[in-house]
Write a protein that binds this ligand. Structure first.
Ligand code: GLN
Length: 493
């Protein structure tokens, strides 16, 4: 049955339709794979009973010719999406035991189309991090191993989602991306990740980190699989005032392999000092692939790139400090008793939040406080506008941008922990598009000298995910990335 876990979503849908196997068999194969991948610690909560129940219902719908677009496809759901009746923690102690009474719009959309939930995938606490080392429920381990078998981070914050999809234990997963949390873990785990345009997917029922940046998206093992998942997730939602009233195009149909005459921009500011050779080489390779496919390469400039990280690390914590004020021990999850109300608040928040979350709350309240608000927060908003205008100008000259996804391959657990700034630098190539609300995709493009996956990023115009899928599809075809993580090879042997 293990081959069922190696199929694409498109392939599995065909197999289900032609009755080669049932949704229950597909779910069971993945439940077994989740069990076998326990050492990755990718889930906060596993839901095998729900998966089997949903799969049985799916088989019934298919027998009645009422199957939805994703009927029977087993997925992992990032534990930032509220799921009705199933614990939702954001990987935080403060939300341990919180069982939502409602379903997020994105997961409701997926379940409406028949998707099957294997469990709630771990993440960095409240999606703050780049290595999944900030989860209350422990580190997630990348299925790819370091040279000497050293455990590596899967990236973050959607690290559980990326690890479990790379380990062939879920066919796809939901993620959220605030500054890179889908694209960077996809790159670290050798899979594909798409962050759509801000407003393409509803944020309703997604636990908020930084509301003006948070955007749900997907992780899967091909551009087509990502397109199929995003198709069901996306769309206007009256419950989220920032979700756009736009038609959702046919994303999969955009993957034609034809980018002849397209102009692809290479931002010169992304060629940073100290960029490792392997990343530079991969980028060059990507440029060659694009040229081979008949598109033109144009050099473009995004002059405010150097301010992007600083801007992000003011705006995101500012919004986070405000969003996280609601965790007070009264309404959700954890409560630590105190002698009076104020003491209860303080004790609950002291015990409930981890170090990184506390750091962000402190930065956020500082930059929002009287006297510093103009100097930091307002200034950052102005720079954000300039960063966004850089992209607008660049897109006058080109249809999409090609960059590396991250400045390195997956690093060892424990590395980059001593200095938060080092961890923040991981987001250097992903944060600018987030600040501008643009769609971005990471495609696995090759292996480094240590045999670890590296991704290339495609960034598109607002609402033009179709071009992003088109260019991503070409990179996928050219890279023909078929390498498997060591743990998957061992299992298959
Ligand atoms: N790594 C970035 C951060 O720590 C981005 C996280 C995200 O996109 N959720 O904020």
């Amino acid at each position: 049955m293990s081959d069922l876990t190696h199929m694409s979503i498109a392939g599995a849908l065909k197999g289900l339709e032609s009755k080669d196997f049932t949704a229950v068999e597909l779910a069971q194969a993945h439940i077994d794979a989740v069990e076998a991948a326990k050492d990755l610690n990718a889930f906060v909560t596993e839901t095998p009973e729900i998966a089997l129940k949903q799969a049985a219902e799916s088989d019934k719908r298919r027998a009645d010719s009422k199957a939805g677009a994703l009927d029977g496809i087993p997925l992992a759901i990032k534990d930032l999406f509220c799921t009705e009746g199933v614990q939702t923690t954001a990987s935080s102690h403060i939300l341990e035991g919180f069982v939502p009474q409602y379903e997020s719009t994105v997961t409701a959309n997926l379940f409406r189309e028949g998707a099957v939930m294997l469990g709630k995938a771990s993440l960095d606490e409240f999606a703050m991090g780049s290595g999944n080392t900030h989860s209350y429920f422990g580190n997630v381990i990348n299925p790819w191993k370091g040279e000497d078998g050293k455990p590596l981070v899967p990236g973050g914050s959607s690290g559980g989602s990326a690890a479990i999809v790379a380990a062939r234990a879920a066919m796809g997963a939901t993620g959220t991306d605030t500054g890179g949390s889908i694209r960077q873990p996809a790159s670290f785990c050798g899979i594909t990740g798409v962050k759509p345009t801000y407003g393409r997917c509803s944020r309703w029922g997604v636990i908020a980190f930084a509301s003006s940046l948070d955007q749900p998206g997907v992780l899967a093992r091909s551009t087509e699989d990502c397109a199929l998942l995003l198709q069901s997730m996306a769309g206007h939602d009256p419950k989220d005032s920032t979700s756009a009233q736009k038609d959702v195009p046919d994303f999969a149909a955009a993957i034609t392999g034809d980018i002849k005459g397209f102009k692809i921009g290479i931002p010169k500011e992304y060629r940073m000092d100290g960029m490792p050779d392997e990343i530079e080489k991969l980028w060059q390779q990507g440029v060659e692939w694009i040229k081979d496919a008949g598109a033109d390469i144009v050099d473009i400039s995004l002059p405010h790139t150097k301010y992007a990280l600083a801007t992000y690390y003011i705006i995101a914590p500012a919004e986070a400090s405000s969003n996280l004020a609601r965790y007070d021990g009264v309404r959700y999850g954890l409560r630590e008793e105190g002698e009076d109300l104020r003491a209860m608040y303080e004790k609950t928040r002291a015990a409930g939040f981890g170090d990184e979350v506390k750091r962000r709350i402190m930065i956020g309240t500082y930059v929002l406080s009287a006297g510093y608000y103009d100097a930091y927060y307002i200034k950052a908003q102005k720079v954000r506008r300039l960063i966004s205008e850089d992209f607008t100008k660049a897109f006058e000259q080109c249809d999409a941008l090609l960059t590396p996804t991250a400045p390195s391959a997956a690093f060892a657990i424990g590395e980059n922990e001593d200095d938060p700034i080092k961890m923040y630098l991981n987001d250097v190539f992903t944060v600018p598009a987030s600040l501008a609300g643009l769609p971005g995709m990471s495609v696995p493009a090759g292996l480094n000298a240590d045999g670890l996956p590296l991704g290339l990023q495609v960034i598109g115009r607002p609402w033009d995910e179709e071009t992003v899928f088109k260019v991503g599809g070409v990179l996928e075809e050219k890279a023909a990335f078929t390498a498997l993580p060591q743990s998957v090879i061992r299992k298959a042997a």
